[in-house]
Design a protein around this ligand. Structure first.
Ligand SMILES: *Cc1c(COP(=O)(O)O)cnc(C)c1O
Length: 452
């Protein structure tokens, strides 16, 4: 044992220090003891950095306690310029959705209770009507996320049978979501057709056999291919599937409910387009462009959606009252599209004019304590994120902080309200596209505290 290690105080000695005893007055003693042990363990691995005085030990233990009391899941400001940032929780919720969640969270709710008949009801009714109305689908079902919806759809129609998919659509969505892996887990046998860049109707037709359970089409949501490429349009694929007597499952991902072309975002189908194209089942996410809570939304033919609902797996993938409340409230906003664009934060952020962001950035810079921050306004390009509109660049604006970018980045990340920006050209860029105008004051305060 080294001398340094031998000189480390014992746990009970540290616990008896006045400063540490004071900590135990507001935190359970067992929690303080845990912090003491962790601090001693750290001192043993890095003896050169070990505290040497009583005050230093108290301070180190207090800091460790503070860190352990801080929630790991915290609100942050998204200054990355990627609006639907998966690592930052995708879509922020509309106020109406937050209120609806809070309302049912506080007490009991008519989750599976029919208030009209006073008898047992079904959680599946809560969003289905609105989704039918908004998308034209015959029926709808909500599960945990889009990946779950895809697994459930495949398991329902193609368990032990073949699912045909183009090699150009065996994509990775990000993290641990690879379409072929998910499909394999559903019990369906994957049959790959076509090539990476070109798949033709004939490729699908030739692969259809008595073993076929479904044709699967996956929207290439997070990348584009161009050059010598060919794919079968959804409508033609739906006709082909129909002729073969098998359902077409269309994973279209984004959950886009409104055409965003007036704001320069083109090329993604809406949910209504996806249904109208004739897919038997459409699956999409609730927390991407739809702007709601994490959820997987299934739209499609009544008998297939009903079969999915009765699949025992549906029980394992179901959502709770909070998700349903938030989703229903979000969907209700879409009855009036102008209201949806205004009140659903993801849509408001994506459709805000570059001029409005410029003005906000200028106002922020003007309010920052000049020389110390060295802030300036700069034009940027933001992206949608969440694997949608992969090649769209949205004109945006950032507050750029001069000075040691790494230090600034760390300080903003460490703040009471962490701000996640991006380092480029040796400076820290805080893009306003993913920050609600109502949060500008909080952003300002976070910057002021970080540069202090
Ligand atoms: C995002 C995405 C998914 C995964 O959605 P989750 O809701 O995260 O499970 C699946 N398919 C496509 C095409 C997507 O874009």
């Amino acid at each position: 044992m080294s001398d340094l290690r031998r000189t480390l105080p014992a746990v009970h000695v540290l616990l008896e220090q006045d400063g540490v005893r004071a900590l135990a007055e507001r935190v359970p003693r067992s929690v303080v003891a845990e912090a003491v042990r962790a601090e001693l363990a750290a001192a043993r691995t890095k003896p050169a950095h070990a505290p040497t005085t009583e005050e230093a030990w108290t301070a180190a233990i207090a800091a460790r306690l503070a860190a352990s009391e801080r929630a790991t899941l915290q609100p942050v400001l998204n200054a990355t310029g990627v609006v639907l940032h998966t690592n930052l929780g995708r879509a922020p919720l509309a106020e109406a959705a937050i209120d609806a969640m809070a309302d049912v969270a506080r007490g009991f709710a008519s989750l599976e209770y029919d208030l009209v008949t006073g008898a047992r009801g079904s959680r599946h009714v809560h969003c289905a009507g609105l989704l039918r109305e908004l998308t034209g689908a015959e029926d709808a079902l909500i599960v945990n996320n889009c990946a779950a919806a895809l697994v459930l759809a495949l398991n329902t129609v193609a368990d032990g049978r073949e699912a045909i998919v183009s090699r150009g659509e065996l994509v990775e969505i990000g993290g641990s979501f690879r379409v072929p892996d998910i499909m394999a887990r559903s019990g369906a046998r994957l049959v790959e057709v076509g090539t990476t860049n070109r798949t033709h109707a004939e490729d699908y037709r030739r692969a259809c056999t008595a073993q076929t359970g479904a044709i699967v089409s996956v929207h290439r949501s997070n990348f584009t291919v161009d050059g010598f490429v060919a794919a079968v349009p959804t409508r033609a694929l739906a006709e082909l599937a129909d002729a073969a007597g098998v359902p077409l499952l269309y994973d279209f991902g984004s959950g886009l409910m409104l055409d965003l072309a007036p704001w320069g975002l083109r090329g993604e189908p809406t949910a209504r387009d996806a249904v109208a194209a004739g897919a038997s089942l459409v699956v999409m996410s609730g927390d991407k462009l739809l702007g709601g809570p994490q959820a997987g939304i299934v739209l499609g033919r009544a008998e297939l959606v009903d079969a999915m609902r009765r699949n025992p797996l549906a029980r394992a993938l179901r959502v709770d009252k909070l998700t349903l409340a938030a989703l229903q409230a979000t969907l209700r906003l879409y009855r009036e599209p102008s209201r949806a664009v205004r009140d659903i934060p993801a849509l408001a952020m994506l459709t805000a004019s570059a001029e409005s962001l410029q003005a906000r950035a200028a106002a922020l810079v003007a309010r920052l304590p000049g020389a110390r921050v060295g802030a300036r306004v700069a034009s940027t390009e933001a992206t949608v994120g969440g694997g949608a509109f992969p090649s769209s660049r949205i004109p945006s604006c950032a507050v750029v902080l001069a000075g040691d970018a790494e230090r600034r980045e760390r300080a903003l990340r460490d703040g009471a309200l962490p701000v996640v920006g991006r380092i480029a050209d040796g400076a820290l860029w805080l893009d306003l596209r993913g920050i609600a105008a109502a949060d500008d004051d909080r952003l300002l305060q976070a910057i002021v505290e970080a540069v202090r």
